[in-house]
Ligand binder design. Sequence first.
Ligand code: AP5
Length: 216
Amino acid sequence: MRLVFLGPPGAGKGTQATRLANELGIPHISTGEILRAAIARSTPTGIEAKAYVDGGELVPFAIVLRLVEDRLQEDDARDGWLLDGFPRNLEQAHALEPLIEKLGQNLDHVVFFEVSDDEVVRRLSGRRVCKTCSETFHLEFSPPPDPQDCAPRQCEIFQRSDDSEDSIRNRLEVYSRETDPLVGHYQESGLLVTVSGSGPIDEVESALREALGHRR
Ligand code: AP5
C-alpha cells in the first residue's frame, strides 16, 4: 500500500504512521525525521535546513524533493511506503505525481487527520522525543519512561527545537497557508480519507484502521 499522511503539526501523524507502517511492513518515511537526522549529523543538507526547521518554515522545495526522490528508490520502498510530512503544498504534490509514475507506482490513499488548533498546541507543548530511538512521548498522554528503566537503551528525552511557542504558532500559520489546500486537492482526486485525530491514541488508530479497511 502507498499512503500519504496529511494534517496539522501535532495531529498525531507520526504516532499513527509508526504503528500502521509496522503493521503493514512498509517503511515510514517522515521528511521531518530525515531532516532532523541530517541536522543532527551536520550534513550539508542539515546545515542548510536547520534555520527553516527551527523556525517552523518549509525547507526549500529542491532539498526536500531530492530527499524524497532518493528515499523512494531504496529497496525497502519497492512494495509500499507511508509518506508522513510530504507533500506539504501544491508544488510538492504536483512533483510527487510524476515521481511515483516514473517508478511505475500509484498512490492509494491520502489520510487527513482532523484536529483543532487548541489540541495541536496542547500536544506539541507536551511532546518529548527520545534522542536514541526517536520514540515520541507526551508528558500527559503517553509519558516517557522513568530514566532508570531506560538505562539499557540509554534513552535521552528532549524537547524538539521547533516545539517552542513561537515556532508552534508559525507552523500553524504555514500549515493553513501552504498545506491545508491539499485537502481539497486530494478530495477532488478521490484519494482523501478523513479521520478524526482528536480522541486518545488507540481510538484514533481504530478509526484509521476502519477507514482504510473499508477501502482496501
Ligand atoms: P514534521 O516533523 O513533519 O512536523 P509536523 O508536520 O509539524 O508534524 P509533527 O511531527 O510536529 O506532528 P505529528 O502530526 O507527527 O504528531 P506526533 O505524532 O508527533 O516537520 C518538521 C519540520 O521539517 C517542518 O516544520 C519543516 O520545517 C520541515 N519539513 C518537513 N517536511 C517538509 C516538507 N515536505 N517540505 C518542507 N519542509 C518540510 O504527536 C504530537 C504529540 O501528541 C506527541 O507528544 C504524541 O505523543 C501526542 N499524541 C499523538 N496522538 C495523540 C492522541 N490521539 N491523543 C493525545 N496525544 C497524542
